[in-house]
Structure formats: C-alpha cells, structure tokens
Design a protein around this ligand. Structure first.
Ligand SMILES: [Cu+2]
Length: 462
C-alpha cells in the first residue's frame, strides 16, 4: 500500500440491517450500511479506492455502467483480481461516463441464497456531469431491494408490461416444445426465487423516514433496482415522472409517464413536480410486494396521516417513449445473432440457460479462465440481434460499454443509451455498441439465477 490515503474506503462485511422497527436481519453490505454509501465522483477525475474484504469469501466489486479496464471492472470472468477473503485491494480509475451508476458484488451465488446479489452488496454512484440534467430543487436516491430469499418451484407469472410487443412464433414454438418435453419426462419446473422482505433504501414501507417535500418543488429521483432477480415498478399517486435519464444516460425525449418499470440493475432518473399535496405511497404496483414493504411515504409539508395508495391507470412501459422521434441509428459494421434458451430444471433443479446453445462454464476443468466466444475489432460498431426463446423477461447487461437501443420487437429506435435492457418473452431486440474499450467484456443476463446457471458469455478484441 502506498502512503497516500485513498479517496474512498469500502468494507465488505456482515452487519445487522433494521428493515422495520425491531425487525433486524443480517446481511453482507458495504461499510455496515444498506444501501452502501453514495459515491459521488467527477467525470474523468481519477479516484483511488481501498476495498477491504472482512468476510471469509473472496469478493468481486463491480463498477456497473462505467467504462473502465478489466483490471478494476470487478468480474472474475474478465480477469479482475479478487479482493481476497480477510484481505484488501486498492484500485484507481477515471470515473466515466457521467451519470447514475452503481457498484455491487459480482460473485456467483448458485444455489447459495446468502451469496452474491442476494446480500446487501449494492451502493449508488453518481458521476457529476459537465452539463446539468435540468432544473430541480431536491435530489433523492432510492435503492429498491428485497431480502430473505427462498426457493420455490417455478410458475413465475408472465409479465406483459413491456411495449412494443411482437412475440416471435418460431421462438414461442421452440420454447413451448422444450418445456412440454421436459415436463412430459416428469421434470418439475425449475427453481425461482421469492422474498419475504421488500425495502426501499433498506426500510420497509411504513418504517423509514418519509421523503419530505413542499408543494411546487421539483424533485429529481434517482431510482436503482438493486434486486438480485426481480423486476420492479414504481408509481406515486396523482403524480407523473418526467424521465430525464435511463441507466444514468440522458434521454433524447424526456417523456412523462405514470409508472416506472426497472429490470434488475436498471436505473431511472426522473423529475416529479410536487403538485398534489397529501401523504402518498411511492410504491410498487404489486399489492403483495408493496404490503411486504416495497414502498416509501412521500409527505408534503403541513400534511400528516397514513400514506395513501391509489393504483395508477393501465400503462405499458416502452423504452421507445424516450427515443429520438423518427431517428434511425447508424448502420453497424457487423451483426451478431444470439438466441437465449432455457433448459428446464436441467441443473440440479435449476434452469440452465444457454446463449446460442452454449451454457457458460464458470470454470474450465483445469481452473483456467473461460475463453471468449465472440471476437471484436476495435473501432467497429456491432449490433447484437437478441432472440429470446423463453417466456421470461431478461435484463441483459454488457460490461464496460454503453449500448444504443436500435430495434425493439421489430420497431426501429434510436438515441436511447443504456447498459441493461429488458428483453420480453419470445421477443427480438437489437442493441448496438462501439468496440471502444479493449479487453475481455462480459455479457450476461443480470437476473442472478440466470447468470449463475449459464446465461453469460465473453467478448474480446482482436
Ligand atoms: Cu435472464
């Protein structure tokens, strides 16, 4: 270790978390708090961070959404050195791009629901932009997170909130045929994860401090879905969200919407004009999840009483709402076709996931790193055409790069820049990215159960 003190210090350790009055659970988090401390960086200004691992398990800390090197990105599959058990690691990098990012563990959990993102290892990052995102009075960071996971035998409810929707018949037939064949063999449905405790900023609805606002204020919410596996929605009765950024990247069209939807690891930054006085629940549309804690009170000055919930009108979430109207993305230099498929309950009761029929091997027989499956040329623009041959929604994530949404279920789109995109059941979508950050690059579904059981691959540059 050098003499100079680090700019930030993070300790990975087990700590109590009081999610409700006298309801205290134990989880691994950063600096003994959940969410981990908000790290505010300046774009391009080098930071040094000491990461101490006070647990008995080697850890990886991933800088989600940042364009950094494989040395610090925080993914064993890319070759980032681990933070040894009871050890420490000092890292330095230039934070970029500007916007709302986050950090989280990148450990595989597998069947262990006390590991990986089932723990409280999530914290927000805000990289100060050079330009302002818009006029606001007050900034609030919200991290949505479930605790106390349990396994159940499948039958996850299909969700149909995503728009546009154009299920591909060939994909559907293939997916349904495989599932029927598996069930006919007497296989049960593969495991799914459910939760007992739902929190925003580590507190269940009704047990934390409310968000205090005044009439006429413009509040900028930075919402992060820190879930290991769940898709979340959020509404505030009587209010609309003016979405200014997705995954921290300013959107070309700041559309106003009544509901936000976020796949795992997605972020939405939205301004809400406080023009409907009362005490309201900012919460998930799912009644059960909200009653188990997924919400937070918004309290206007001078108002008191029980926070109220009113279900919003029916609404479909579309990334295209925030796109540049009528614009077309540049043509790519190459197109990479990918098909995602589910092998029901194939891995000791867990669904096994494949990309182009290959399930990612977490380790080779000799313990060496898994080689990249896709080879890129630096400076080229690539289009990933992704075919979902399963009925699940997949929040697809590319490390160390930003991508542009260029086609959603057959509809071309341009201008929306993200690092996670939800791909609906039996849908096809396209994302483009510039190969501008050499080195091994991990690509995976961000649903912990999916990424842990095969839904991963690697790009490298030639
Ligand atoms: Cu997935």
């Amino acid at each position: 270790m050098s003499e100079a003190a680090a700019d930030y210090t993070l300790h990975i350790r087990a700590a109590p978390l009081e999610v409700a009055n006298n309801q205290i659970l134990s989880t691994v988090s950063y600096n003994g708090q959940f969410p981990g401390p908000l790290l505010r960086f300046k774009e391009g200004r080098q930071v040094t961070i000491d990461i101490f691992n006070d647990t008995d398990t080697p850890e990886q800390l991933h800088w989600h959404g940042q364009k950094v090197s494989t040395e610090v990105d925080g993914a064993a599959e890319e070759g980032t050195p681990c933070i040894p058990a009871r050890g420490e690691r000092r890292i330095s990098f230039s934070p970029n791009p500007a916007g709302f990012r986050f950090y989280h563990t990148h450990n595989r959990a597998g069947a262990n629901l006390f590991a990986g993102q089932y723990t409280g290892q999530v914290g927000p990052v805000y990289i100060e932009p050079k330009e302002d995102v818009g006029r606001y009075d007050h900034e609030v960071f919200l991290v949505l997170k479930e605790f106390e996971p349990t396994l159940s035998r499948g039958g996850d409810m299909a969700q149909d909130f995503l728009w546009p929707s154009a299920p591909d018949q060939t994909l559907r037939e293939a997916g349904e045929r495989e599932m029927q064949a598996s069930l006919a063999k007497g296989m049960p449905h593969g495991y799914e994860v459910g939760y007992q405790v739902f929190t925003i900023n580590g507190r269940m609805l009704g047990h934390g401090e409310p968000i205090r606002v005044r009439q006429g204020q413009r509040v900028l919410f930075h919402v992060l879905n820190g879930s290991a596996t769940e898709i979340r929605s959020l509404a505030l009765p009587g209010h609309v969200f003016q979405v200014v950024a997705l995954d921290g990247n300013p959107v070309p069209n700041s559309a106003r919407v009544p509901v936000l939807w976020l796949g795992t690891a997605e972020r939405v930054s939205a301004i809400v004009e406080m023009n409907h006085p009362g005490v309201w629940i900012l919460g998930d549309l799912d009644n059960d999840d909200r009653r188990h804690g997924m919400g937070i009170a918004v309290e206007y000055a001078g108002r008191s009483g029980q926070a109220q919930w009113i279900a919003p009108p029916p609404f479909r979430w579309s990334y295209a709402l925030f796109a540049r109207p009528g614009a077309l993305a540049p043509s790519p230099d190459a197109i990479i076709e990918m098909t995602f498929a589910k092998d029901n309950a194939a891995d000791e009761g867990f669904n096994r996931w494949t990309i182009n029929r290959v399930a990612f091997q977490n380790e080779t027989m000799s313990g060496e790193m898994v080689p990249a499956a896709f080879h890129l040329k630096q400076g080229q623009r690539y289009r990933l055409r992704m075919h979902n041959a399963s009925d699940d929604i997949h929040p697809i994530h590319l490390h160390r790069h930003t991508f542009e949404l260029t086609n959603l279920a057959g509809t071309p789109t341009a201008g929306v820049l993200k690092d996670v995109v939800m791909l609906g059941g039996y849908q096809i979508c396209e994302i483009d990215f510039m190969a501008d950050n050499p080195g091994l690059t991990l690509f995976h579904c961000h649903q912990q159960l999916h990424m842990d059981f095969g839904f991963m691959t690697l790009f490298d540059y030639v």
